[in-house]
Design a protein around this ligand. Sequence first.
Ligand code: ADE
Length: 232
Amino acid sequence: MRTIGIIGAMEEEIAFLREKMEIVTTKSVLGLSYDIGRYAGNSIVLVKSGIGKVNAALCTQAMIDHFGVDYVINIGVAGGLSPELRVGDILISTDAVQHDMDTSVLGDTVGTIPRMAESYFKADEAMIALAEKAAEECGLDCRILKGRVASGDQFISSGQQREKIRKTVQGDCAEMEGAAIAHACYLNRIPFLIIRAISDDAGDEAGMSFDEFCVMAAERSSRLVEKMLEHM
Ligand code: ADE
């Protein structure tokens, strides 16, 4: 049986799936609690990574090393950057990039990780197809689009920051972990997918919108993944 690793940064982002899965045991690595169990005939490892790229990368590596996951799915919320995305909509990742990687003074483009073959980490095509199928079946009343996840160690909350990320790396949503998880998966050759629901527009009112819609958006992202798991 294949093992699917599921990572959310915050309690709100993993609570829904933790309620749904049958937890067999919980193991602690790096102070993180990995819930090991089953859902819809799949072997599942679910964990809260903590916020930001370093927490996310370490959590992913520990998940791969200690629990032998075959796939990684990152769930949670994001600020919408694409004009197509409204609060409550869902983005299925095509790829992910670190928008705060910036050695432009040395002649690189923003987002490029110097001396690395890849900087835009591609999500697994088969997992994207499964998510699209799940999107048709999940019965959620929102737009579900594919696009680029832009991650950085910043909560984006101004028009200026939004525009910079759109212009430099063409991100469709902004969050703080996806590209770090993608980076770790790329180095370990593990297929990954990011599913993020929009809690705010990353503009001036993003903080208030996040507070209001985080739980609703987190649940939507989890509902899509729940449907995906039924086909894995
Ligand atoms: N997660 C949810 N909204 C976000 C934002 N505006 N910036 C970064 N991460 C987020």
